[in-house]
Design a protein around this ligand. Structure first.
Ligand SMILES: CC(C)(CO)C(=O)C(=O)O
Length: 362
């Protein structure tokens, strides 16, 4: 599979260790100019690390083409902590690790995460933190837990939030800012709509199926967040973000519910029965959105169905995977959100309600 974006890879097995946990070695005086050059053949790795730690006047150290920025340089980069090292969190951590100093939160382990875009696994260049005591306030928190897990990330959010911290929320549903209102005001929140099909295929590895889109509102904070991504990453700013958020909500309410209930991948939506059921739930959601004043196109149903058609039939949805792994389900923020909004405007949504009730009975 072709990669969704390109990255510079460094042919050295332990580059993360160089960046983040240099082994302790005896420091020696070395002649450092702006850049220090070594040859790997002479096995100078520990020496390079010592230089890396001491030579604050060098901007970088080069060894056989590998460039190791010095600590001071690293420390001046934007600090980002990704809370939630699942599929989306790992994809984001990997892609922004080229411009930012990234930490991934993994509660149960300190093992690195790996990513496979279809051409083999690559180590994600991110520090791992597993205790809130080990982190300080950062420039950006990227929240990629499931919507219902924000509550269990409280300790992390408290430890990571400072007076300037901004939070990007890459989660399903609407009303993203409300979920973190305890920590930051709405202008420091960037909600994001994610169309990335990726899956944890092992305890430490994420396989990416399709990198489609990351949509942000067109705000100052979102522009700053977008700048962290490499140019080739499909991130866009949409002034009509509310419409995008509702589109995704309606699509998730239909697709994630049907796949979670049937235990089938997206292919179920392409069969006559599944297609009809999904179309009914989409129609109900569209009625609710219109009644709430959300700006949708005339042909919204076709647009949403096309989006679903474009998804690979073998791709699972997040709620289907959560059910398969016995995890808590996100339905409260999907069908639950549609039902809440429907109640506020008195729009009937019987099929959405039926799916919602079935899922809550699982
Ligand atoms: C894969 C996709 C786009 C399907 O609705 C999704 O958002 C999810 O699984 O949560």
């Amino acid at each position: 599979m072709a990669r969704g974006y390109h990255r510079k890879t460094v042919p050295f097995p332990d580059r993360t260790a160089v960046h983040h946990t240099p082994p302790s070695v005896e420091p020696r005086m070395v002649p450092c100019s702006k850049t220090v050059r070594f040859s790997a053949e002479t096995d100078l790795f520990p020496f390079v690390v010592a230089c890396h730690r001491l030579a604050s006047w060098a901007e970088s150290i080069q060894m056989e083409g590998m460039v190791v920025p010095n600590r001071q340089h690293l420390e001046s980069r934007t600090s980002v902590v990704v809370v939630g090292a699942g599929a989306i969190g790992t994809v984001v951590a990997d892609s922004i690790s080229h411009t930012a100093d990234v930490t991934l939160i993994r509660r149960a382990t300190t093992a690195a995460m790996w990513i496979d875009h279809g051409s083999g696994a690559e180590r994600v260049d991110a520090r791992i933190a597993s205790s809130p005591a080990a982190v300080d306030p950062v420039d950006w928190i990227v929240l990629t837990t499931k919507a219902q897990q924000v509550v269990s990330a409280r300790e992390w959010l408290a430890a990571l939030t400072g007076p300037q911290t901004r939070i990007a929320i890459l989660q399903n549903g609407i009303d993203h800012a409300e979920r973190v209102s305890e920590w930051v005001p709405p202008e420091r929140v960037v909600p994001a709509i994610v169309f990335i099909s990726a899956e944890r295929t092992g305890p430490d590895i994420v396989t990416v199926r399709q990198l489609d889109e990351l949509v942000l509102p067109d705000t100052a904070a979102a522009q700053d967040f977008a700048r962290l991504f490499p140019e080739q990453f499909p991130v866009s700013l949409d002034p009509n973000f509310e419409t995008q958020a509702w589109r995704k909500l309606i699509m998730n309410a239909a697709l994630n519910s049907v796949t979670a209930l049937t235990g089938r991948t997206v292919g179920v939506a392409k069969e006559p029965g599944g297609r009809e059921l999904i179309a009914t739930v989409l129609r109900e959601g569209i009625d609710v959105a219109r009644a709430r004043g959300v700006r949708l196109t005339q042909d919204e149903l076709t647009l949403m169905r096309r989006k679903i058609e474009k998804l690979p039939p073998t791709a699972p949805t997040s709620m289907q995977l959560d059910r398969a792994h016995g995890r808590a389900l996100e339905y409260g923020y999907l069908t639950g959100a549609v039902l809440k909004e429907a109640a506020a405007v008195g729009v009937p949504t019987p099929t959405t309600l039926a799916l919602h009730n079935l899922i809550s009975a699982l």
